[in-house]
Ligand binder design. Structure first.
Ligand code: ZN
Ligand code: ZN
Length: 412
């Protein structure tokens, strides 16, 4: 990536993404391959008045060695200091940036049981920290940066150098960092998403019915008091931030007991360094009662068996087929991008902020309101060019929301 592009991207993330405040600490979770970008983010963060910047380096190639060579019991424990690191900074009001740049199939020859065991250990140890972020107690932001192995997966016919360049361009365009004034462009984008959000909130649909030729025929019940969210989120201190860059989705939570029917995936799902492809899930009263996968069956099974809540849904998101990332025609093999190119659902934990006053409720109150709880939250894509969605309101009136993959009319 050219230096000028890199700087503009970093500035956009600091100003719009986490909207870093004077004196606020910032944690950057970065793969070692994206070190230059992490350092540039840190530079802009200090210039914006950061109290401190801490970079938490990741090395997935070493993680793979460890998965293959270490005694298996190391994956059952999580160091207390690492837990303290996350909790102390979170309680200190720090903002958290994660750079997503994984090789989507790096772990395909690692024993899936070891991966699942470790993932569960991490999810359990960091639950409190993740709950804080999912409840918007801190500003957080997930962004991407091209790495060689990821870029080659996306553009297998190009040379490594060309693939990285092309993936870099696609990322920059999707986060509007190629425009002369990214800040203004994000303001406009947020307004556009808000129109769809207001439309969905206005109707307070009781149910949504999804149907397409791929085989999806699913009804979702939405809980009383659900809120559709889009674009900017707000921390408990009232600071606007963008949790995902890019973001094209309008989303809320389905009732944990309210999914019925079958849903078929429309894009591969990268999970734990493996790809799950051409899969389907059948729901009854909210719970997955049957599933299939042409590829990655064991990985999907491991995800579903995480806990009781991983068999249920925690998110429903609407993304038009005719939207920038979808129109690029690129399959990114990275959830941050693919979820913003397609209608999707998430298995696992729901965002409490998607329910009126959800942030003030106890776990018991959330559960009885229909908010799903789990150690995982995994988006998977279901959108297609022929997706139809009908909303059924409380008064029984049916309103067509999506026709042939796109919103029909969201003007109120
Ligand atoms: Zn989503
Ligand atoms: Zn999600």
């Amino acid at each position: 990536m050219k230096l000028e592009q890199l700087q503009k991207y970093a500035e956009t993330v600091i100003k719009i993404g986490v909207n870093l405040q004077q004196g606020e600490k910032l944690v950057i979770k970065s793969p070692i391959e994206t070190a230059e970008f992490a350092r540039t983010l840190a530079t802009f963060a200090f210039e914006a008045g950061a109290g401190d910047v801490i970079i938490d380096w990741k090395d997935e190639l070493y993680s793979k060695i460890r998965y293959q060579k270490a005694p298996k019991d190391v994956f059952d424990s999580f160091p207390q200091w690492k837990k303290d690191f996350h909790m102390q900074l979170a309680e200190d009001g720090a903002a958290f940036i994660s750079i997503a740049a994984n090789d989507p199939e790096l772990m395909k020859d690692v024993n899936p049981d070891v991966l699942m065991r470790h993932q569960k250990t991490i999810n359990t140890a960091l639950k409190e920290y993740r709950d804080r972020l999912m409840g918007n107690k801190n500003a957080w932001n997930v962004i991407a940066f091209p790495t060689k192995s990821w870029a080659k997966k996306v553009f297998p016919t190009l040379t490594e150098e060309k693939a990285v360049e092309k993936l870099g361009d696609a990322i920059i365009t999707s986060v509007r960092a190629d425009l002369s004034d990214p800040v203004a462009a994000w303001e406009t984008h947020k307004r556009n998403l808000k129109e769809r959000m207001d439309f969905m909130n206005h109707h307070q649909f009781k149910k949504l019915h999804f149907q397409n030729k791929l085989g999806t025929d699913l009804t979702l019940e939405l809980p009383e008091g659900h809120l559709w969210t889009a674009g900017a989120e707000v921390t408990q201190d009232g600071i606007d931030f963008i949790a995902n860059m890019p973001t094209e989705e309008v989303f809320t939570l389905p009732h944990r007991d309210g999914a019925n029917g079958r849903v078929v995936s429309s894009k591969p799902l990268p999970y734990n360094g493996n790809l799950i492809e051409d899969f389907s899930l059948t729901f009854q009263n909210g719970e997955v009662i049957d599933f299939s996968a042409a590829k990655g069956y064991e990985t999907l099974k491991g995800l579903l068996e995480t806990d009781e809540g991983s068999l249920r849904l925690g998110e429903v998101a609407l993304v038009p087929h005719d939207s920038p990332i979808s129109n690029s025609g690129i399959l990114f093999f990275n959830t941050l991008f693919d979820e913003n190119a397609s209608c999707h659902l998430a298995l696992g934990k729901a965002y409490p902020v998607c329910l009126k006053d959800g942030n003030k409720m106890t776990p018991e109150e959330l559960a009885s309101a229909g908010v799903n709880e789990s150690l995982v939250h995994e988006d998977f894509m279901i959108g297609t060019s022929d997706m139809n969605i009908v909303g059924i309101r409380k008064d029984g009136k049916e309103i067509s929301i999506f026709k042939d993959g796109n919103f029909i009319d969201t003007k109120l």
